[in-house]
Design a protein around this ligand. Structure first.
Ligand code: BG6
Length: 364
């Protein structure tokens, strides 16, 4: 037993309300409706000059980079995307002087991410870090950054640090937005949303028993789909990744919008779908896709928000609080962490030390 928890993974998932509150404290500037990110070391005029943002990281850090890119496009209206650092570094990437590169890493020691950072810098690019481990190699190599302050993470599969990465991106998006066209009112709305996050994450954790029940229906499935679109897609990718890592069940993430262009052929009673359904402008389209899956005999577990009406649909649901649309990914991600944990527990897996994986991969 680890402080009342059966595993580090469980402990780390349940630490999040507290660790998030700590991360946010002192970083929200209510007077100017922005974030205070002194560690970035970039003045507002320079910040305004970036024409593009590119996040790089490996594994889950890459998927959170994709969540972050959406937040930046939503709040700052700057083109943003994410790429696996392991691919980026080997493809002779074109480095643009007016792109802000963001290296995302829990350990700060992942070789692929570190080499990508050096490659960007060698070609004159500016890289900031979203890193958890203070004084780590990537943190020191970057030109500035945002420390995640999540505390140590022992379990190989990352949970709380991912949530912190997403919140770090939200603060970066807010800051980039407020030196551009994001209004004071919208900035204040995001600040209020960030302040509510620790409590809302606690509400997700309070549905633990319900999530354990839902997990039971996924145990033993030969393969699963995790689907989401736009903001929900990286959440689905991360959900599938977590499930694969700790349960050894096969899961494939797909864009909900692309299902009908191919993989719908795989839907059957033996292939359950976990659907990420944010309460955003695409909710009706997502509901339509869920109907198509159930009409083909596919079981659906919808990860969604209290305010989403799924009446008349034959789906199981897990609800997270509503929250600001740009921040919903945080709550959905936490629910998927618990889902993977419960499937793995019910299968009797070695939760903290999954086979074949290392916490950080410092070799090439
Ligand atoms: C992988 C770990 O090898 O590295 C993943 O198993 C992790 O859990 C990835 O997401 C990136 O690690 P880091 O430390 O750079 O965030």
């Amino acid at each position: 037993e680890i402080g009342g928890h059966d595993t580090y993974l469980h402990k780390e998932i349940f630490e999040q309300p507290e660790s998030l509150a700590r991360m946010l404290s002192g970083r929200l500037d209510e007077r100017f409706a922005t974030a205070r990110l002194d560690g970035l070391g970039i003045d507002p005029r320079e910040l305004r000059g970036f024409k593009r943002v590119k996040a790089i990281g490996c594994g889950s850090a890459y998927y959170v980079g994709q969540m972050g890119a959406s937040m930046i496009e939503d709040l700052a209206r700057i083109p943003a995307d994410a790429e696996a650092a392991s691919e980026f570094r080997y493809r002779n990437p074109i480095i643009e002087p007016d792109t802000l590169y963001v290296a995302v890493s829990q350990s700060g020691e992942t070789a692929d991410t570190l080499f990508a950072v050096r490659e960007i810098q060698r070609k004159g690019g500016r890289v900031v870090g979203l890193v958890n481990v203070v004084g780590s190699t990537i943190a020191r190599q970057c030109d500035g950054g945002i420390y995640l302050h999540a505390g140590p993470e022992i379990s190989v599969a990352s949970t709380k640090v991912l949530t912190h990465m997403a919140v770090g991106f939200a603060m970066l998006a807010l800051t980039l937005g407020r030196v551009r066209d994001l209004s004071y009112a919208d900035g204040a709305r995001i600040i209020a949303g960030l302040k509510s996050l620790p409590e809302q994450v606690q509400q997700v954790l309070d549905t633990d028993d319900e999530i354990a029940g839902a997990a039971a229906s996924l145990v033993g499935a030969e393969s699963l789909f995790f689907v989401g679109r736009v903001r929900g897609y990286p959440v689905a990718r991360e959900g599938a990744q977590k499930l694969k890592e700790i349960t050894y069940q096969h899961a494939e993430a797909y864009q909900t919008s692309e299902l009908k262009h191919g993989p719908l052929a795989l839907i059957s009673t033996s292939m359950p779908t976990v659907a990420v359904v944010p309460n955003d402008e695409l909710v009706d389209r997502n509901i339509g896709a869920l109907q198509e899956i159930s009409a083909r005999g596919g079981r659906v577990l919808a990860l969604t928000h209290e305010g989403v009406n799924l009446d008349g649909l034959d789906v199981q649901r897990i609800n997270v609080p509503d929250g600001e649309v740009e921040l919903q990914v945080v709550l959905l991600t936490v629910a998927l962490q618990l889902l993977a944990y419960h499937v793995a527990t019910q299968l009797g897996r070695d939760i903290d030390r999954p086979r074949n994986l290392a916490k950080s991969v410092t070799v090439e």
